[in-house]
Design a protein around this ligand. Structure first.
Ligand SMILES: CCC[C@@H]1OCC(CO)=C1C(=O)O
Length: 214
């Protein structure tokens, strides 16, 4: 049945320096190209080694254009993370619209997120920047919180629908799923640059979901 997902709030956060207003379409496009190229650079080399010069060359803009849109390398990193989190609400809406059961929605959602980690540079860059967050002199949103809240909602709905193993606490299962997912994507990234993420997530899912279902 329908369940209320507050999918906007967990991932909304205020960026320190908002940057210039987006008047022309061309400026918006340039900004997006810089973000996409920066994501690949951050994902490949991490914050410190990522080079604004390299980003400028690949985005075919001047370094000045990067500073115009993002004011600093740190702020550019914050926007890469913001772009990553900004993706989830629409993904959640799409999955929810399939009208599956709460646990069916949870499984499909995490499969889609696994695919995003497998193939999207913005998501991969954000995950790597979040790991480096203590070395970054810019405020990033707390990782994991948004997903833990959202999965808790889904698991509470599963409990109401009688889908949850008796005695299982929704919050505990949500934390365990987020921890498992984080570990899987981290290992897949570290050892194989996310190449085997879908298989590795499938193994963990096949182990955990039966222990969650009634
Ligand atoms: C869905 C699991 C949570 C997810 O795993 C990697 C990561 C990186 O920051 C996450 C986050 O929520 O921030």
């Amino acid at each position: 049945g329908e369940f209320d997902l507050d999918i906007e709030s967990p991932w909304r956060f205020q960026i320190a320096d908002e940057g210039p207003p987006m008047r022309q379409e061309r400026a918006r496009r340039t900004r997006q190209v810089i973000l996409n190229v920066a994501a690949m650079e951050f994902a490949a080399k991490g914050f410190r080694e990522a080079s604004l010069q390299e980003i400028a060359v690949q985005a075919e803009v001047t370094k000045g254009a990067i500073y115009h849109h993002f004011s600093s390398k740190e702020n550019l990193a914050a926007y890469v993370v913001e772009e990553h989190y900004a993706r989830w609400p629409s993904l959640v809406k799409d999955v929810k619209a399939q009208g599956l059961s709460p646990l069916g929605t949870l499984e499909l959602l995490l499969d889609r997120v696994a695919r995003a980690f497998h193939e999207e540079p913005l998501v991969q860059a954000s995950a790597r920047l979040q790991i480096e967050r203590s070395n970054l002199a810019v405020r990033l949103p707390a990782p994991f919180v948004g997903w833990t809240l959202l999965l808790t909602d889904l698991l509470r709905a599963a409990e109401s629908a009688g889908q949850l193993r008796p005695g299982l606490k929704p919050e505990a299962a949500a934390r365990a799923l987020v921890a498992a997912f984080f570990g899987v994507q981290h290992i897949a990234d570290t050892l194989n640059e996310q190449a085997d993420m879908l298989d590795r997530w499938g193994e963990v899912k096949d182990l955990m979901l039966p222990s969650i279902r009634r």
